[in-house]
Write a protein that binds this ligand. Structure first.
Ligand code: 2PG
Ligand code: MG
Length: 437
């Protein structure tokens, strides 16, 4: 047996890293971010870019920024780029990208911290993606197939964020994201078309009412509205105006991002825009009321990242009816997810590779969730680049859902367009969405 394994290992293709280059590029908010490129001895290259959040969870892996330097107002990433060009390069040159777990492990070891704060999760993730992409290319395989195998054929339902508030927009709305989910569509192409039509009809409705149609960080409109109910009503009207039926063709999803609403103590919330103060209990009642009244199938971060008791209570109350998604709560981290599964907090996890910092740890978070019967949703960050990795990850892992903004900003559209191409490539083998949200 051992001999056989040794023989196989010897015969395993060698795609060794020859060079690693880090550079500073811009993200969609005009802030600098890290890009990494690896060159293999076989001449193949791979590229990865780190996205960046605005409503970041306090338990996320650390995005290394040059806080003390004046350039870019302390947001520069020279240190992280330097990590790529020195420590990371020294660590992985000569390694085989065939085994991305080993590459990630080596970078983690070199970093030596729990939160990747020494080399920077932005540096490590960019390299991790670049290596995985180079491995896929060396095998002449599409990225989703390299990671997911021949059975990877599920195209995700978009959770399309068409109305922005919270930390993503300078308007009066506290809830960060109002999303439409084209559940009635028969394939991804159709789903994307229908969603774009609703996006455009929302624009017309807002214009008619004299409201702003400028967009927020993720491309959704950012009008000044007085309540989350008003936002929901606008969206439902837009669905109908575009010729679709709420509930049958479209369901709604919210991301409250309520970790941004921290009050004086745990279990207390202060909504910064409306100025309201509420308790966990009142928030849960509010979400319950909205779900009874409107076709909402999913709420992300309905409660704060440290309000575990609140999460247990809301899961008892609403967990059978809707999807309760932990973003800041779980931060794509298997330790936090394990606790959530054990204590019955939520029933779904948002998967963001840069919250944890490597491709292999992202895979492990998805696997743990899927084994426990939790749903998984692959997600962009509010600060993005043209990197389309998450589109491939959604198909590779069969998450059935993706969150990647509105069709008005190129960095979001790039992911949608990548999914269109994947669907076309899979032909009649492509399957759209999950059975039930
Ligand atoms: O809260 C979120 O889910 C994300 C993406 O929509 O926002 P940010 O990247 O700002 O954390
Ligand atoms: Mg979120």
């Amino acid at each position: 047996m051992l001999k056989e394994l040794a023989r196989r290992k010897k015969n395993m293709k060698q795609f060794n890293v020859k060079q690693v280059i880090g550079r500073e590029i811009l993200d969609s908010r005009g802030n600098p971010t890290v890009e990494a490129e690896v060159l293999l001895e076989n001449g193949v290259t791979g590229r990865g870019m780190a996205p960046s959040g605005a409503s970041t969870g306090i338990f996320e892996a650390v995005e290394l920024r040059d806080k003390e330097a004046k350039r870019y107002g302390g947001k520069g990433v020279k240190k992280a780029v330097n990590s790529v060009n020195t420590k990371i390069r020294e660590t992985i040159v000569g390694m085989n990208v065939n085994d991305i777990y080993k590459i990630d492990e080596a970078m983690k070891k070199e970093d030596g911290t729990d939160d990747k704060s020494k080399l920077g999760a932005n540096a490590i993730l960019a390299v991790s993606i670049a290596c995985a992409k180079a491995a896929a290319k060396s095998y002449h395989m599409p990225f989703y197939q390299f990671l997911g195998g021949i059975s990877a054929n599920i195209l995700p339902i978009p959770m399309m964020n068409i109305l922005n508030g919270g930390a993503h927009a300078s308007n009066t709305v506290d809830v960060q994201e109002f999303m439409i989910m084209p559940v009635g569509a028969s394939d991804f192409k159709e789903a994307l078309r229908a969603s774009s039509e609703v996006f455009h009809s929302l624009q017309l409705l807002l214009k008619e009412k004299g409201l702003a149609t400028s967009v927020g960080d993720e491309g959704g409109f950012a009008p000044n509205l007085t309540s989350d109910e008003e936002a929901i009503q606008f969206i439902l009207a837009a669905v109908e105006k575009a010729g679709y039926e709420p509930k049958k063709d479209f369901l709604l999803a919210l991301d409250a991002a309520s970790s941004e609403w921290k009050g004086k103590e745990k279990g207390q919330y202060h909504l910064p825009k409306s100025g309201k103060d509420v308790t966990s209990y009142q928030l849960i009642e509010h979400w319950e009321m909205l779900c009874d009244k409107y076709p909402i199938c999913s709420i992300e971060d309905p409660l704060d990242e440290e309000d575990w008791e609140g999460w247990i209570a809301i899961t008892e109350k609403l967990g059978k009816k809707i999807q309760l998604v932990g973003d800041d709560l779980f931060v794509t981290n298997t330790k936090r997810l394990e606790k959530g599964i054990r204590e019955k907090c939520g029933n779904a996890i948002l998967i963001k590779p840069n919250q944890i910092g490597t491709v292999s740890e992202t895979i492990e978070a998805v696997k743990m969730a899927q084994r426990a019967g939790f749903r998984t949703i692959i997600s962009h960050r509010s600060g993005e680049t043209e990197d389309t990795t998450i589109a491939d990850l959604a198909v590779a892992f069969g998450t059935g859902q993706i969150k990647t903004g509105a069709p008005s900003r190129g960095e979001r559209v790039a992911k949608y367009n990548r999914l269109l191409r994947i669907e076309e490539q899979l032909k009649e083998n492509a399957v759209y969405g999950v059975k039930e949200i």
